[in-house]
Ligand binder design. Structure first.
Ligand code: ZN
Length: 124
């Protein structure tokens, strides 16, 4: 299963943040997931819940933001959103399109409570 690997990787980043910032508990985790990252949000959320169990992120809300597939035309340098996997430039009709977005998967932000101050902190 692809998602569990992603969640494990995500927790390596989260744990680094926890250690670096003295995070006591995490209330929300926001992820940016590209349309091409081939991630099933429901599965990802379920895996997250399992891995988060017993950690500072236990019970945290997982927000998954979809990054749309975008391309850039090599002919006219126009940037556009790709719908239905049509890799064709809407401006000049060219088919030489390079992918500029939609494959990413990264931690956008964390909402957490740090030791000492009990203010909400946002970490990238
Ligand atoms: Zn073009």
């Amino acid at each position: 299963m692809h998602e569990i690997t992603l969640v494990t990787g995500l927790f390596e980043i989260i744990n680094r943040e926890v250690a670096a910032r003295g995070i006591e508990s995490i209330s929300k985790v926001r992820l940016m997931v590209g349309e091409l990252a081939a991630v099933e949000p429901m599965t990802l959320a379920a895996c997250f819940e399992v891995v988060a169990e017993g950690t500072v992120a236990s019970g945290a809300q997982l927000e998954i933001e979809t990054v749309h597939l975008t391309g850039r035309c090599r002919g006219c340098a126009s940037g556009f959103r790709i719908v239905g996997f049509r890799f064709q430039c809407p401006d000049c009709g060219g088919g030489d399109v390079e992918l500029s977005g939609g494959r990413e998967l990264y931690l956008e932000s964390l909402e957490a409570i740090c030791k000492g101050d009990h203010n909400e902190a946002t970490a990238a």
